[in-house]
Structure formats: structure tokens, C-alpha cells
Design a binder for this molecule. Structure first.
Ligand code: SF4
Length: 686
């Protein structure tokens, strides 16, 4: 039997799925939904073999209580009622001693379904527990895009198939959002379109490119300026478009006079001829589609670089054309009202908000991170694994080791974070509960209905949140609603029909009309102009970026990165691997087999200089930490750049901690974020 569902994982593709069941409810096959115009029948291999996760012998299926010392990995089974009572008692105890802000419900995008991901916020708001500012992924890139357009939306990503030139910039889409490749290859096949890939290493996406531009990490702003210099110089700037749609084209042109290809080359490491060729392709192709990826969001200057890259489309006026313009994420097209799911109507705006990426600093008692408020003494965690995925991992581990910290983790597997919990609760997977999704990388709202029964003993996030709410005295109408009632209510409140209709239709195509998506009636700023000179200081929320940092007023190279120096001459990028998705899937046998082992990809001349060969063990380090890893000699990267595809489990490393011991959690401009690809390191042969 065929059912329709949605991939719930932290991936902008949010693929519409066809799920086959047999034998009274066993999942036998998962594939892309052919009738969905974005998914087009294609999904990644890790989800196509989902039965490995769903029927994994190590799935958690019963509540567990820690025995002995914290983190020793020894647990005993307990009943659900006892487990929930203990968690509730711990949360109430923390509240009695230090106030409700001592409790921090902590979550992220292990599932992207609104009910299962965001329902934890209803508990937070109903109780006045500490808030969570979501900085770990998209803060920099979203803000950089919106600084230019005023809105998080762009050209219909399906238009890539009707483009003549697609520039995939900062995204290894072949590994991380396969549908981009589907539409781009269609353009090549049907129209002879060219593909440009701009990235820090020759990854799977770059191998598809007609032109691969290998850029030094964090220098995209310089590349964009070099390209725009040539566009003005060679008469490819659309002056009518600039006059009508942009804020200060004359100032930009004057500013770019000194941003020559030679200047850009010296900063980016990209040969002058390549920059010239890139600019020529963009300048002579009306239908140029800039597909801007999440690589931008992982550099300290990422918001600024995203805006600089986006500005290229405004210089050429590519927005005018079908198959042209730019796209990053469609978050602003959906106008969701999630009041009932998140309890937004009972939120107290005086309650402090803590930065998700700075969980290490928060748990180790940094007064400024705590807003000079009480310590966090109780964590309730769903959908994330900070003991592996959070930056500045040594500090995160130190925080979780605190004896006075109570931790409950509701999870599908015994993750690194579950291992240090006091209580572990077994969670359902997406095919075992109902939820509602939106495609960040496309334009569909989709229903993921419950298709199979969960293993006996597993409960979904909504059930657990409601059960805890009853025990800790949290009140909100959403706690009395079923998952399907919440979905129906959210659809109705948001103007997207109702559950019955969505269940029948499977998804809603929410794509705005062409003129709106291409900003042909004006950009989303009050004066309708694209901003070459954004007011960076107006971005909110204030207080999460570095103090007194002023961003340049026009696109430029802004060297606010962790630049290499004499002691740490290499720049480390912790790029996403093909078969893992953050720390999800790093428990499935085929993914582990295909990824083989953690390795540091480095240029042959760097390897030679260090005296190491392929497979040799080396140590990577910086003041935040160090680890041992295998060398992979690789000529698809610039000298001085090291790529470690991630995220391997902590247990894959000899010292028991993974790649994030090297990444930083310092505050990033303009309003916070986590610069996972922006690390200077030393390397020593072992
Ligand atoms: S490409 Fe992304 S959304 Fe699609 S199946 Fe794979 S992980 Fe899920």
C-alpha cells in the first residue's frame, strides 16, 4: 500500500515522500513523491533506506533512569509514569529554588514538524521557563538575505529548471539537498544551461559544474565584489533596473572601482581568469539564478557575505527574468499562525532568552549569557544532541558534567546527550505520528500523517509535553488538543484551509505569484528598494552579537573571520557529509559504511610539508581543543584549508569528543550565530 508523507529531517528539501507498507504495517520502501513538483520523485539515499533507522535494533523503546555517576552510561528501565513524575519533580524543584527561569527546555530541528518540534515552546511559555534564541543554523544567512530584499523569499526554486545559468554558491546540494540538483540538471538537459559551483572544496556538487570556483573560506564577499566590478566595467550592469529597484547604485559603482579582479583574487585565492569567466557568464546570461546556500551561515562574516553575493542579482537585474534572480529560503511566504502549537498567547516577554549556540557558556554559568539571572539547573531536551553538535564542545561537556544539573532527554537513540541524562524517554519517529511541515527550500506546506504504530514504549513529543504540563501545572488549551486538532487549528488560523483538505491534497503549493517572488513590484523595504547599503544595526534581536561591531556600509571583503596565523596556519571547514545529517543517521550501518572514517582533507603540498601521507594520523587543535584524525590527501581544496566532513559520533574519535571541540561559540555579528566553518587550527603529525 502507498502512503504519502514528508521527510522530517533538518534539510531545506523537506521532500514529499511515497511510503510503501506491507504485511499489515511494515515500511518496505521510501521514495520521493513523483507528483510533487519540487521533489519530483527524487530523495537522498539516506532517507530512501529509512527502514534502517526505523527498525534499528538500538532504538530506545523504554524510559530509563540513570544509575550511578552521571555520564557513566548505566541506566535502568522504569515505567512511563514514574519517569514523567521524576522529570516533573525535578523541574518543579528547580523552579522552587531559583524560579522558573532555572528550567531550560532545549530543542532544535531533529524533526521539522511544527507539532513535534515547536510544541516544547508551549510548555516553556505556559511556565515562564527560559527562552531559546535559535542561532545554531540560519541566523547569519537569513539576516544577510533579508538585509538586501527585506523578506526571506525569492524566485521559485523550480525556476532553476528554466534557467540558463545556475550559480550554486555555498551549498553542497548533491549531499545536502538533492532536489536542487534535480532541477539544475533538468535545465542543462532541456536548455543547455550552464552550472557554476562556488565552494571551499571540490565536493559532489562541484563535480557537476561547468565552472567550479574554489574560494578560500569566508572570502565570498570579495569574490562578489570582484564580479560586480567587472559587471559595471563591462557594461553588464542593468542601469534601468538599478535606478528603479535599488537604493544607491552610484555609490556602489564608485565603491567597486577599487575592487578589481586582482584585488579579489588576492583575497579569495581564485585566479583572475576564473573571476573574469564567472562575471562574463553572469553578465551575458539574462536568466541567471543564484542558489545561495547554508555555507554562508557558518562564517563569522556570513551575513555580510550572503548580502554581497545576493547583490550580484540586483546589479544585473536578473530578478526581471523567469529562471533568474536569487533564492535562499522561503520562510516568509507561509504566514503561519502557530499560537496554539507554541503557546505564543501566554508568552511573557520579560522572561530571559538564552542563546542556543552558547549552551556551553550557559551551563558553565557565564553571567552575561545568563542575563545575570539564575543558573540553569534543569534541562528538558527534545530533537537535538548538543553533546555532539553544539560548538565549543569541551565547554558543553563541562556544563553537562555539573552534578547539580538535572537533564531529561526525549530521544530515538542513546545519543551522546542521552548518555549524560538523568532520565531518558523513548521517542517516536516521523512515520509514527502526525505532523505538519513547510519546505524552506521550496514552497509547499505538507502533511506527514501517522502511517505505522510506534514500537511499544515510544511516545511522541506532543504526548510527553502534555504529560509534563499536567504534572507541573502548565495551562494552555493546546495541551488538551490532539496532534491532528493542532494541525487543523494551525491551518485554519493561518489561512491555509483545514486538515481534511490537506489530507486529501497531501500538500499545498504556497508559491507567491511571479511578480511578487521576483520583487517586480518592489522589494520588501518601506521604499521598495533593494538595499546595497543595509542598516545592519537595525537587525534584531539586539544583545546576541558582539558589542560595538560596525559592519561596512557596502558589499566588501569584511575580514572578521578567524584568519590563519603563524601558530594556527590552517583554516578548518566542518562541512556536512553525504550520509549523515548533523548527528542523525550516524547510527545507521549503511551510512557508517559509506562514510568510512573521520578524515581531514588537505592539499597535497600541505600534506607534503607536514610530512604526512594518505591515511596517516594527525592531531588538529586550537585553544578550544584538539583531536586525532586520519589524513586524506585531496587536491580539490586550496592550500591552507582543511575539510572535515561531519558529524561523526564522539565515539569515532580516540579522545571521545568530535569535531566540535574545534569550533567556536563566540558571538557573531550582527545578531548572533555559530560559525562552524570558520576555525583556525594547527596540525601536528602523530
Ligand atoms: S534530501 Fe533532505 S528532505 Fe529530502 S529525503 Fe533527504 S534529508 Fe530528507
Amino acid at each position: 500500500m502507498i502512503h504519502y508523507s514528508v521527510c522530517p529531517h533538518d534539510c531545506p528539501s523537506t521532500c514529499a515522500l511515497e511510503v510503501e507498507t506491507a504485511n499489515g504495517g511494515t515500511i518496505t520502501r521510501v521514495r520521493g513523491a513523483r507528483e510533487n513538483t519540487y521533489t519530483s520523485g527524487v530523495i537522498c539515499s539516506k532517507v530512501a533506506r529509512y527502514h534502517e533507522r526505523l527498525y534499528h535494533p538500538e532504538r530506545l523503546t523504554q524510559p530509563l533512569r540513570r544509575r550511578g555517576d552521571k555520564g557513566n552510561g548505566t541506566f535502568e528501565p522504569i515505567g512511563w509514569d514514574d519517569a514523567l513524575d521524576e522529570v516533573a519533580e525535578a523541574l518543579l524543584r528547580a523552579e522552587q529554588v531559583h524560579g522558573a527561569e532555572a528550567v531550560w527546555p532545549y530543542f532544535y530541528a531533529g524533526t521539522m514538524g511544527f507539532v513535534m518540534r515547536d510544541g516544547i515552546n508551549r510548555l516553556r511559555h505556559a511556565k515562564g521557563y527560559s527562552g531559546q534564541y535559535l542561532t545554531i543554523c540560519t541566523t547569519l544567512s537569513f539576516n544577510g538575505f533579508m538585509a538586501g530584499t527585506g523578506r526571506l523569499a525569492g524566485s521559485d526554486p523550480r525556476e532553476m529548471a528554466r534557467s540558463d545559468l545556475v550559480v550554486i554558491w555555498g551549498s553542497n546540494a548533491a549531499s545536502t539537498q538533492i532536489n536542487v540538483i534535480t532541477h539544475v540538471l533538468k535545465a542543462r538537459r532541456d536548455r543547455g544551461a550552464k552550472i557554476v559551483v562556488i565552494d571551499t572544496y571540490r565536493n559532489g556538487t562541484a563535480k557537476q559544474a561547468d565552472l567550479f570556483v574554489c574560494v578560500r573560506p569566508g572570502t565570498d564577499g570579495a569574490l562578489a565584489c570582484g564580479v560586480m566590478h567587472i559587471l559595471f566595467r563591462d557594461g553588464h550592469a542593468d542601469r534601468d533596473y538599478l535606478a528603479e529597484y535599488t537604493d544607491c547604485p552610484d555609490a556602489l559603482e564608485a565603491h567597486l572601482q577599487s575592487k578589481t579582479p586582482a584585488w579579489a583574487s588576492a583575497i579569495t585565492g581564485v585566479p583572475v581568469e576564473t573571476i573574469e569567466e564567472l562575471a562574463r557568464m553572469i553578465g551575458t546570461t539574462a536568466r541567471t539564478f543564484l542558489r545561495l546556500g547554508y555555507g554562508f551561515t557558518r562564517q563569522r562574516n556570513g551575513a555580510f557575505n550572503m548580502h554581497a553575493a545576493l547583490s550580484v542579482a540586483a546589479v544585473t537585474g536578473a530578478w526581471r527574468h523567469e529562471g533568474g534572480g536569487a533564492f535562499h529560503n522561503n520562510g516568509d511566504i507561509y504566514h503561519w499562525d502557530r499560537t496554539m502549537i507554541e503557546g505564543l498567547d501566554v508568552r511573557d516577554r520579560n522572561v530571559r532568552i538564552l542563546d542556543q549556540s552558547r549552551i556551553g557558556a550557559v551551563l558553565t554559568g557565564d553571567a552575561s549569557d545568563l542575563g545575570d539571572g539564575p543558573p540553569i539547573t534543569a534541562l528538558f531536551i527534545q530533537n537535538t544532541n548538543p553533546m555532539s553538535v553544539a560548538p565549543d564542545l569541551n565547554r558543553v561537556h563541562a556544563g553537562f558534567a555539573r552534578k547539580d544539573l538535572f537533564v531529561c532527554v526525549h530521544e530515538q537513540f542513546m545519543t551522546e546527550t542521552a548518555e549524560v541524562a538523568d532520565i531518558v524517554l523513548p521517542a517516536t519517529m516521523f512515520l509514527e505520528h502526525d505532523d505538519l511541515y513547510q519546505g524552506g527550500g521550496h514552497q509547499h506546506a505538507l502533511l506527514g500523517p501517522k502511517i505505522v504504530e510506534p514500537p511499544e514504549g515510544c511516545r511522541n513529543n506532543h504526548e510527553v509535553v502534555c504529560a509534563l504540563a499536567r504534572r507541573v501545572g502548565a495551562e494552555h488549551p493546546g495541551f488538551a488538543m490532539s496532534e491532528r486538532e493542532l494541525i487543523d487549528r494551525t491551518l485554519r488560523d493561518s489561512g491555509w484551509g483545514d486538515l481534511e483538505t490537506l489530507a486529501r491534497e497531501r500538500w499545498i503549493d504556497c508559491q507567491p505569484p511571479f511578480r511578487e517572488a521576483h520583487y517586480l513590484d518592489g522589494f520588501a523595504h518601506a521604499d521598495g528598494k533593494y538595499r546595497f547599503s543595509p542598516d545592519w544595526s537595525a537587525l534584531k534581536p539586539h544583545g546576541f552579537g558582539p558589542v560595538d561591531t560596525v559592519l561596512p556600509s557596502l558589499p566588501d571583503y569584511w575580514p572578521s573571520i578567524e584568519e590563519a596565523n603563524a601558530e594556527m596556519p590552517y583554516r578548518l571547514v566542518t562541512a556536512p557529509s553525504r550520509h549523515y545529517l548533523n548527528s542523525t543517521f550516524n547510527e545507521t550501518p549503511t551510512s557508517i559504511r559509506r562514510e568510512q572514517c573521520p578524515s581531514a582533507m588537505m592539499h597535497p603540498e600541505d600534506a607534503h610539508e607536514l610530512g604526512v601521507t594518505d591515511g596517516a594520523m594527525i592531531r588538529l587543535g586550537n585553544p578550544r581543543g584538539e583531536l586525532k584524525i586520519s589524513t586524506q590527501v585531496f587536491d580539490g581544496v586550496q592550500r591552507g584549508v582543511v575539510i572535515v566532513e561531519s558529524i561523526w559520533p564522539n565515539s569515532a574519535f580516540e579522545d571521545g569528543k568530535g569535531i566540535n571541540v574545534l569550533t567556536g561559540a563566540d558571538r557573531v555579528a550582527p545578531v548572533g550565530g555559530a560559525a562552524f566553518h570558520d576555525n583556525r587550527i594547527w596540525i601536528r603529525p602523530v
